[in-house]
Design a binder for this molecule. Structure first.
Ligand code: M6R
Length: 611
């Protein structure tokens, strides 16, 4: 998704802006651009289709030097990826803006502005914003007032950075919906979509709230809330340090992050696995008292995080008497559900900035319809963590690959902690909590053992290079594992894949089975293993080719059309976590053989901050 960086300093800012853009590359984008106010008080704008490296090359041959500037990586929503659609956008050489979000009423504004003589050079929704600002400047308004008037006219979501030749010592920032952070340096100030962009230059940040409007100078800033009153916002010190993502010995971040899972899980567990002290996993007041009252759990998430929620619903309903519903955020936010009492609303998210998940949380916060809200999230100080009553952090470290891997497995770990806490709060089956804790202690080693299958799975992936479709099967809590496997294969190798609960095969999908359709099954030793075996026999007897990740107990013989990879023996509740590993590796190697852009698959973004 789009990324914003801005800087006002006593030194040239172009390199700071470019480094900020490089650090936002993980979000996914298709073009990039920079605008600085140069010594002659002109806006010098450079844009490039493709990577930040292409923009850097352009700037090397034609440098832009100035002490104030804005920069952007664009992920196309309105108007295809093209240099003319890349940000910053400009109006009459007087003003330049960068924008993240979507302007919903841009079509009507475009018609009005055209009628007033404005010439549009892009197909974006953003361009109306810059022309409106220019129009108000022409009417004699200050830059701040021109932006204020403009945002009164636009509907939708935005994070904005604005510079103008009219006030070369002012950078304007505004936020509604899309995240924006202020970075405070010594005699210099920055803006960024997230702190990653600014970590090389500062560790002091202010997270802007919805409706905030900032007038930023080199060594001062003023923040106004949505009512126009000056407000103080808390300054947060980040200890994330400069830990830039390094590939090390790996060719792709996804492979590195798959291999980081034992450590990521270990960090998420570290110091938290004391049966009598589990409540300290969660930040927020009186979690046990809240859980005592909970009569239902509603989990909301998107994509991979949604799959983690589905798996947890099996655990929650199996081990507690608390019913649990799971829904994708984009559906939940637009539908009515009959009121229910004492519901704990749980959001799951790697980034903590996913627009649909955030909107669902905002909806229940506004309705005050939930007993409490809790987020399981990987980014401290993200919007979800700030707007939830309780936070349970996954400590997976930055995840760079667009395909989520270690965030998923650490979410499952955090969800098991939540299950343990709920059992404790309800006062039933304390031995179950002990079992969860003891199992989790074994998890890092089991993940290491699963990763030892890397070479075997790489070989297996060769079979998938020419395939166009694949079916993933699982039963019980392995069904969402199969769904996650199918999502991984789709998103990075572009092979169409679907997941089914294996018992559903004969209700339709069996018609698709032939020697061209690979069927991937996850088959740990659970109460459903015999049922699954029968389902796999149905496939075999119809000439289907099976790829099975199985516990020894399944005793499925390796034959021409049956490929088996034996997995370590695992406790039933850990099986969804451990069996996810081979599916991640299978997708990874298939994508590598197909030569796709593994870490930045086409059309996708890491952090989906627009609806
Ligand atoms: O940051 P989030 O966990 O909220 O992101 C949700 C989805 O966008 C994300 O999981 C997406 O499905 C991944 N690309 C899957 O690998």
């Amino acid at each position: 998704m789009c990324g914003i960086v801005g800087a006002i300093a006593q030194r040239p800012v172009t390199e700071i802006l470019l480094e900020g853009l490089r650090r936002l590359e993980y979000r996914g984008y298709d073009s990039a651009g920079v605008a600085v106010l140069n010594d002659n008080n002109q806006i010098s704008r450079t844009r490039a289709l493709g990577k930040v490296a292409a923009l850097t090359e352009k700037l090397e041959s034609s440098p832009a030097i100035g002490n104030i500037g804005i920069a952007h990586t664009r992920w196309a929503t309105h108007g295809k990826p093209a240099e003319r659609n890349a940000h910053p956008h400009m109006s009459n050489q007087r003003v330049a803006i960068v924008h993240n979000g979507i302007i919903e009423n841009y079509e009507e504004l475009r018609v009005e502005l055209k009628a007033k003589g404005y010439n549009f050079t892009s197909d974006t929704d953003t361009e109306v914003v810059v022309h409106l600002i220019e129009m108000y400047l022409t009417q004699g308004q200050s830059l701040a007032d021109a932006v204020r008037e403009t945002i009164k006219e636009v509907r939708g979501a935005y994070a904005l950075g604005v510079i103008s030749i009219e006030q070369p010592d002012v950078l304007i920032a505004a936020r509604q919906g899309s995240p924006l952070v202020l970075g405070l340096g010594l005699g210099e100030t920055f803006i960024g979509s997230d702190i990653q962009a600014m970590l090389p230059v500062t560790s002091r940040f202010i997270y802007l709230e919805n409706g905030d409007f900032c007038v930023i100078k080199r060594d001062s800033y003023e923040i106004f809330d949505d009512a126009g009153a000056i407000v103080e916002r808390e300054i947060k010190e980040s200890n994330s340090g400069m830990c830039t993502a390094e590939l090390g010995k790996y060719r792709h971040f996804m492979h590195k992050e798959i291999f980081e899972q034992p450590t990521a899980v270990q960090s998420t567990l570290e110091g938290r696995l004391n049966v009598n002290d589990l409540k300290h996993c969660v930040s927020g007041d009186n979690i046990i008292e809240t859980l005592e009252k909970v009569e239902e759990i509603q989990i909301i998430a998107c994509g991979t995080s949604y799959h983690a929620g589905l798996i947890a619903s099996y655990w929650l309903e199996d081990l507690t008497d608390v019913p649990c519903s799971v829904e994708v955020a984009s559906e939940y936010r637009y539908r009515r559900r009959p009121p229910r009492d004492n519901v704990l609303f749980v959001t799951l998210s790697q980034s903590g900035e996913t627009a649909d998940t955030l909107a669902a949380l905002e909806k229940v916060n506004t309705d005050k319809s939930m007993l409490a809200t809790l987020t399981i999230c990987n980014v401290a100080e993200s919007s979800l963590t700030r707007e939830s009553d309780y936070t349970l952090m996954t400590l997976a470290g930055p995840e760079i690959g667009v395909a989520s891997t270690k965030a998923f497995t650490t979410q499952l770990v955090a969800l098991q902690m939540l299950v343990g806490l709920l059992i404790q709060a309800k006062g039933n089956a304390p031995e179950k909590v002990e079992e969860i804790v003891n199992n989790l202690k074994k998890l890092p080693i089991l993940l290491e053992q699963a990763l030892e299958k890397d070479a075997e799975i790489e070989k297996m992936a060769e079979h998938f290079i020419e395939k166009h479709n694949a079916l993933f099967l699982g039963r019980g809590d392995q069904y969402p594992v199969a769904m996650e496997g199918a999502l991984k294969l789709k998103e990075i190798s572009y092979i169409h894949a679907e997941a089914y609960p294996a018992g559903e095969l004969k209700h339709g999908p069996l018609a698709l089975v032939d020697s061209e359709m690979p069927i991937i099954a996850v088959a740990p030793k659970t109460g459903l293993i015999e049922k699954l075996k029968s389902n796999l026999e149905e496939v075999r007897s119809r000439g289907g080719v099976l790829y099975i990740f199985a516990d020894k107990a399944i005793a499925m013989e390796e034959k021409d059309n049956i490929h088996v990879i034996e997995m370590p023996e695992v406790p039933e509740m850990l099986a969804p976590i451990v069996y996810t590993i081979p599916l991640q590796l299978l997708s990874y190697y298939t994508a590598v053989f197909k030569g796709t852009d593994v870490d930045k698959p086409r059309n996708l973004a890491k952090s989906v901050t627009v609806e």
